[in-house]
Design a protein around this ligand. Structure first.
Ligand SMILES: [Zn+2]
Length: 101
């Protein structure tokens, strides 16, 4: 997992939608904002984009796609946390056994 810096240059080279999940900021420095699509093909569909609302070459992402990415990422985080927890449990029970003897 690469956590890139907020260097606008790297954002631009990697493409607008390279960031997984919700991006809080467009590469231009403007915060991202949520909007509802008014186009006939995607009527009512949520998206978020650059607060300047420049769709071309600025941040634009469908919210549902972001959510899928976020859930995927969270799943892998949770499985890592679960592994950690079982390791800690094992260590605790080892320590408990040591204390008993
Ligand atoms: Zn922008």
């Amino acid at each position: 997992m690469s956590s890139s810096s907020s260097n606008p240059g790297t954002y631009y080279r990697r493409g607008m939608n390279a960031e997984r999940g919700m991006s809080k900021q467009c590469w231009c420095g403007e915060p991202s904002d949520n909007f509802t699509s008014g186009s006939a093909t995607n009527l009512g569909k949520l998206y978020y984009c650059c607060a300047k609302r420049y769709h071309k070459r600025h941040l634009f992402k469908w919210v549902d796609e972001c959510l899928v990415e976020e859930v995927e990422d969270i799943k892998s985080v949770i499985s890592g946390v679960n592994r950690d927890i079982s390791e800690v449990r094992l260590n605790v029970s080892r320590l408990e056994n040591k204390m008993k003897t």
